[in-house]
Design a protein around this ligand. Structure first.
Ligand SMILES: [Zn+2]
Length: 208
């Protein structure tokens, strides 16, 4: 990633936050988004602030050790979770955390979200891992998330939300959008009757 690309990431974080709000994936001061810059510093949304109406000056720049380098607010209370994910997964360059309603509704109803019923979910999302409940902003939540990272880039935090990560901010956003979209369809199908599974040979061929 070049320095020039770094300079566009602030505006992109703002754009993504507005999309997350407009799509109903976050409300009030929910959620947080971060990107890893080329030198390892992290640009993250501030805590306790509505993400739908952020300005670039609101973003907080922190070092890879977590020291605030720039920004008028405090970094997200989930900064430790973002930092731990970046430390554990060198390919992760962006993280999106939201409270997606359809995804959480399915999860709260006991649905494990896997196996996928839609080919898009199967091919694009891969395994959706379920992270046991821990209080937000705690070391226990950080550990629980880190323990499930090996399963894939899409995680559900029980009774709380979802976390996606990717090599770009747009990829992390698309994973979140796809997760919520496929969960919405699955939830609607369950309301209408018993959803049909994907053919087993298709599921097996995509898992190889
Ligand atoms: Zn949250």
């Amino acid at each position: 990633m070049t320095i020039q690309e770094d300079s566009v990431l602030g505006p992109e974080v703002i754009k993504i936050c507005r999309q997350l709000y407009n799509k109903g994936l976050i409300a009030a001061s929910d959620g947080n988004v971060s990107v890893r810059l080329s030198e390892g510093d992290i640009l993250i949304t501030p805590g306790g602030v509505h993400k739908g109406f952020l300005h670039e000056e609101d973003l907080v720049l922190v070092s890879s050790e977590g020291h605030v380098l720039k920004g008028r607010g405090r970094p997200s209370s989930e900064l430790a979770m973002h930092m731990a994910i970046y430390r554990q997964d060198p390919r992760a360059m962006a993280i999106v955390h939201t409270h997606p309603p359809w995804t959480l509704a399915l999860s709260l109803s006991g649905d494990q979200l896997s196996p996928h019923l839609l080919i898009e979910g199967l091919m694009f999302l891969g395994e959706v891992s379920m992270v046991p409940f821990e209080m937000p902003g705690t070391e226990a939540l950080v550990s629980a998330v880190v323990n499930a990272l090996h399963k894939g880039p899409v995680q559900i935090l029980a009774h709380h939300g979802a976390v996606t990560r990717g090599p770009t901010l747009w990829k992390a956003f698309e994973l979140m959008e796809c997760l919520e979209h496929t969960c919405r369809i699955k939830a609607l199908a369950k309301l209408l009757g018993e959803p049909r599974a994907l053919p087993l040979n298709i599921v097996q061929s995509c898992q190889i």
